[in-house]
Write a protein of this length. Structure first.
Length: 147
């Protein structure tokens, strides 16, 4: 009995696995860099907590030149209250304010007033741990900053 010779219908998955391993390594290397956020020179505090890792919070950044970023999107100061009110309307979220240490105090107070006027009840301030403190203690509003 003669057999018909046909094509081999096996799929070679070795190249696919190689590509997936390379992608996995790339994502593992770049993932910690993606959490860095905006570059801000944060003030130091003696008591800090770690910033939550959940996605239920917002981070408002005030840069040295006074520009505002809600997470990674630039927001004009005049539109801040309106945008925050729209976000709070759909879901109550905590907001963490990280301001560059060279930003004038008056600007930070103005931004905090607009945050409260928008209806945000949970407000935290982001700071770097002080070099004087050996171990960070628990605090309600001081948070560890990201760079």
């Amino acid at each position: 009995m003669a057999r018909k010779k046909g094509f081999v219908s096996e799929i070679n998955v070795t190249p696919f696995v190689d590509v997936m391993m390379v992608l996995l390594i790339i994502f593992m290397v770049t993932a910690p860099m993606m959490d860095s956020g905006l570059d801000v020179d944060l003030p130091q505090a003696k008591q800090v907590d770690t910033l939550p890792t959940d996605s239920e919070h917002l981070v408002l950044t005030v840069r040295e030149d006074g520009t505002l970023f809600l997470d990674t999107y630039e927001v004009p100061l005049e539109e801040l209250e309106e945008r925050l009110a729209a976000i709070v309307k759909e879901k109550d979220r905590a907001l963490f304010l990280q301001a560059d240490k060279s930003v004038p105090y008056g600007i930070v107070v103005d931004v905090m007033g607009r945050i409260k006027a928008a209806g945000i009840e949970k407000l935290g301030v982001v700071a770097m741990p002080s070099t004087e403190s050996a171990a960070p203690a628990q605090s309600g509003s001081a948070q560890k900053g990201r760079r």
